[in-house]
Design a protein around this ligand. Structure first.
Ligand code: MRU
Length: 352
């Protein structure tokens, strides 16, 4: 399962082929993006989701737009507007805009150049996931004495959410490979159940011991002493270390602080946005009401009920014990600045 590919460019058909994550785990079905509209639909319905995976589809989306432009005879202005539409399809994960922006300069050199840059993004992301998983696991094994480890995670940060392997789930895979993992508490992740459906699916296939728990159980599980460390991913990390991630992550961080256990954030450096000064500057996506007033498509609230459905929250840096990227592990309140997370790789960057 670690080598599953959620996002692929199909060169024979010039399409982006996605695993439809809205249907997992009961159905494994591909969703084929043949044009910009179908890609934007896939991004907004969470057929493809997770910050690093959005970076990959942002980059490949530029190539898809160029193919459509050739087919439909778009002007340069229309092409650029459609690329902007992909870039803005979801606002919180910085990786989507980052992926588009990284390949955009290659457009003048043609589709093959855009595809080559996209392939580089995908290869770099997977390598980054392995490196940050190793660094993050090292940090946890130094910071936490108990063996074997009981780890809580929130949302899905595995192969499905990235270009392969995973971030927080990559650290969990690494701890399992090192033989020091006892159990994963996978928060279900309301309202769309990325934990109960997707994280559980990945852990099941890897033979990693886990239980799924309601999001509301997390604080109690931690205060009862059943968890040694929580590890989550990130959609955007601000310059001061404030971190946006799936709604409910802040509650996990507060629970960790109350329980006196580490709260660790794991992400590739592409998720660190040095142009966002603090978490207050992060645009939090507000999703449709019916995602919270319905369950599995069935209305569970009074028909008149209005929902409040922010997709993400921001955890202030003061509640974060460590942030791991492929470059470094930084303790935001410690001596190492967040800029080390995006600095050139140097083993001496690893701060403990
Ligand atoms: O709404 P989603 O499913 O795209 O939210 C995903 C998350 O919040 C992940 O934790 C984050 O993108 C990191 S994925 C490695």
């Amino acid at each position: 399962m670690a080598d599953i590919r959620a996002v692929q460019w199909n060169s024979a058909n010039a399409t982006i082929d996605l695993i439809d994550q809205t249907l997992l785990p009961t159905q494994t079905v591909d969703f084929i993006c043949t044009d910009v509209d179908s890609l934007i639909d896939a991004i907004q319905r969470l057929v493809v989701r997770g910050a690093p995976a959005l970076g990959a589809v942002g980059a490949l989306g530029v190539a898809l737009a160029m193919v459509e432009a050739d087919r439909e005879g778009w002007s340069e202005q229309v092409l650029q507007e459609r690329v902007d539409a992909i870039r803005n399809a979801r606002p919180t994960a910085v990786n989507l805009a980052w992926g588009v922006d990284r390949v955009r300069p290659s457009m003048v050199d043609g589709i093959d150049a855009v595809l080559a840059e996209s392939a580089a993004i995908i290869a770099e992301d997977e390598a980054a996931n392995h490196q940050l998983s190793s660094l993050g696991a090292d940090w946890i094994m130094q910071a936490v004495e108990r063996r074997p480890l009981r780890v809580l995670t929130h949302c899905n940060t595995g192969s499905l959410a990235t270009t392969g392997w995973g971030t927080a789930l990559g650290i969990i895979r690494e701890l399992h490979a090192r033989g020091v993992l006892e159990l994963v508490y996978a928060d279900e992740t309301r309202p769309l159940l990325q934990g109960a459906r997707l994280t559980a699916w990945e852990l099941q296939h890897d033979g990693i011991p886990y239980v799924v728990q309601a999001d509301g159980a997390a604080a109690s599980t931690m205060l009862r002493g059943l968890v040694d460390v929580a590890v989550i991913g990130a959609d955007r990390i601000a310059r001061n270390g404030d971190t946006a991630n799936k709604i409910g992550s802040l509650g996990v961080a507060l629970g960790c602080a109350a329980a006196g256990i580490p709260f660790v954030v794991a992400a590739p450096s592409s998720t660190v946005d040095m142009s966002t000064v603090t978490g207050d500057d992060i645009h939090i996506e507000l999703r449709p009401d019916d995602e919270v007033t319905t369950f599995a498509g069935i209305l569970v609230s009074p028909p008149e009920a209005r929902g409040f459905n922010p997709a993400f929250d921001v955890t202030p840096a003061r509640y974060i014990s460590a942030i791991a990227t492929e470059r470094a592990v930084v303790e935001p309140d410690g001596v190492s600045p967040v800029s080390a997370l995006v600095a050139p790789a140097d083993p001496s960057d690893v701060v403990k």
